[in-house]
Each structure stands twice: as C-alpha cells, then as structure tokens.
Design a protein around this ligand. Structure first.
Ligand code: SF4
Length: 300
C-alpha cells in the first residue's frame, strides 16, 4: 500500500507531490529508499523514556523541516545514512528489543511513515512488544499522524515556534505553528493523558518538547502558554536549553551562541507562573556537542 503514498508524496506539510518511487527527492532529500544513520540504546532522552535501560533509538536520515540551526545536520541534510530495506528495519527493531531497550524510539521518520508501519507489522509478527515512541519535529500532516494510530504509544513532538515569522526565518516554514499545533492535537487525541508504569517509564501519552533558541525567549514563553492553556496536565512539557551552535550562521548571528542562564531562567519562571506541573527541565551544563550522538551507522 505504501507505494501509492510515495508516488505523489504529501506525507509532510511540504506537500512536494514528487514521485519518490522513481527516485525523485522532495524537500526532505529522500527518495523511497530508507536510510538510517544509527540504531542504538540512547541515554539522553527524558528520564521516563531513557531511564536506566536506554531508549532503542533509530535515527532516520533526511528531514522535511531542515532548520537553519539543525542540531543533527549530519543526517538531516544530504545523502548520509545507510540504505536499508523494510525487512532490515524490522530486524533492527527486534535487535534493539534484544539489547534491552525500554522502548523503540523512531527519530524523524515522517518521510518514512508508510515503510515504518510495514516494518512494525513485520516485527510485531516476530515478537516485537516494546512501546513505540514517535520522535518528531512537530512539522507533520495530520493525515500522516492518523496512519500511525494503533502503532505508536508515545508521541514526542517538538513545538518549536508560535511565531510564523520566526518559523519562516529559521525553518522556511511559515505554516509551522499551524501545522504543528494540528498535529499535536491529533497525537493527544490518540494517546490521551500520559500513563506511566510502576518502573517510571511512560507507557502512553504525549510529551511536547521545546528547545529554547538564543535571543527568542518571547517565542518560548508563548509556546509554554499555548501548551498549558490548551492541554493542562494531560501532557508533559520538556523544556530544553541544550541549543548548540553547530556551525556559523551568517544570516542570524544570535544563533551563534548558546542560551544564557538568564534566558533559561526567564523561561522557567514563566513556566512556574503558568502553573506547569508536568514538566521536564534540564539542569546543569547541557549545551555540549557530546549531546549530539555519533552518526556512525552503529546498529544499522
Ligand atoms: S516527506 Fe519529503 S517528499 Fe514527501 S512531502 Fe515531505 S518533504 Fe516532500
């Protein structure tokens, strides 16, 4: 069935309508061949996702958003990543389960959703029982998220921007706020409020992440306000201060530095003022390149 979806691709809000089966690439830079750059136990997600065991993260190559400050640029842009089949992807899922992963964590897979669904079906038939986490930029089409109903237990989307101007400037996606808000609403419709096991791991629910951008605390505060006013304690909000200037940005010089403690504090104070109870906040020095995993094809 997935062939039809790739013939005239509208999987994400770029709606490129290219025929990826014929080798054409859309904005995401990927044709129909699955490419992945790493499949390994990942310890740096939120505690309820990584915990002590680690999250079985599969990092897919390509991205339909491609932010100018991308923290995973090596795999988001260009031809990086190893080519794999749907069958191999299913095997990788089972291998991660065999390594003791707490869950399966699909990182930036929007442009491969049809193939991911096929791989999950195959792996389930062979004993995959892990909760499935869908880790996303938030720039998603609602109809694609609907396809994932019954396959995904935990959604982990970003909400990067409330300001369309900022989304246009940094991600060439003026429609990001509208698209991400609609996608997140669909995710929460599917999962309902967050549920946790006795071991502390999340079993079902939606955790929305927000990465503070240097010089843009107003946007961050607007994101937190929107999420809390709309969803209250049904979701968890994860506020991240780990922004790392990966390369020099000529056009937007504010992106050439880390977030200051003063900025981080301002956003956290707003979170307290709004009464956000279900939140994750980073402590200590986090803006290190070591938080960016090595995309060395491990486990692929
Ligand atoms: S998944 Fe890729 S080809 Fe398809 S609409 Fe999005 S950017 Fe375009």
């Amino acid at each position: 069935m997935f062939e039809e979806l790739l013939k005239n691709c509208t999987l994400c809000p770029r709606n490129c309508k290219v025929n990826r089966l014929e080798g054409r690439q859309g904005y995401c830079g990927m044709d129909s061949t699955i490419r992945a750059a790493r499949a390994a136990l990942h310890m740096w997600e939120e505690p309820c996702i990584s915990g002590e065991k680690g999250s079985g993260a599969v990092f897919f190559s390509g991205c339909g958003l491609r932010c100018s400050f991308c923290q995973n640029r090596d795999i988001a842009i260009g031809d990086s990543g190893k080519e794999i089949t749907v069958e191999r992807l299913a095997e990788i899922f089972l291998e991660l389960q065999g390594k003791g992963a707490a869950n399966l964590n699909l990182v930036t897979g929007a442009h491969y959703v049809p193939q991911i669904i096929c791989a999950l079906e195959l792996a389930r038939g062979k004993g995959l029982g892990l909760p499935v986490v869908y880790n996303s930029s938030g720039y998603e089409n609602v109809k694609t998220i609907r396809m994932l109903e019954g396959y995904v237990d935990v959604y982990l989307p970003d909400l990067k921007y409330m300001e369309p101007e900022l989304a246009a400037a940094f991600s060439h996606a003026e429609d990001y706020p509208r698209a991400a808000q609609a996608a997140i609403a669909e995710m929460i419709r599917q999962t309902g409020p967050c549920q946790f096991g006795e071991d502390g791991y999340i079993r079902r629910g939606t955790i929305v992440r927000h990465l503070i951008l240097p010089g843009h605390t107003k946007n961050s505060i607007a994101v937190l306000k929107y999420l809390h006013q709309t969803y209250g304690e049904d979701i968890f909000i994860s506020v991240m201060n780990q922004f790392t200037p990966v390369w020099k940005n000529e056009k937007y010089p504010e992106l050439n530095r880390k977030v200051t403690w003063r900025e981080y504090e301002k956003v956290l104070n707003a979170a307290v003022e709004f009464g956000i109870g279900n939140g994750y906040f980073q402590e200590g020095e986090t803006a290190k390149e070591s938080f960016i995993p090595a995309f060395d094809y491990e486990g692929v």
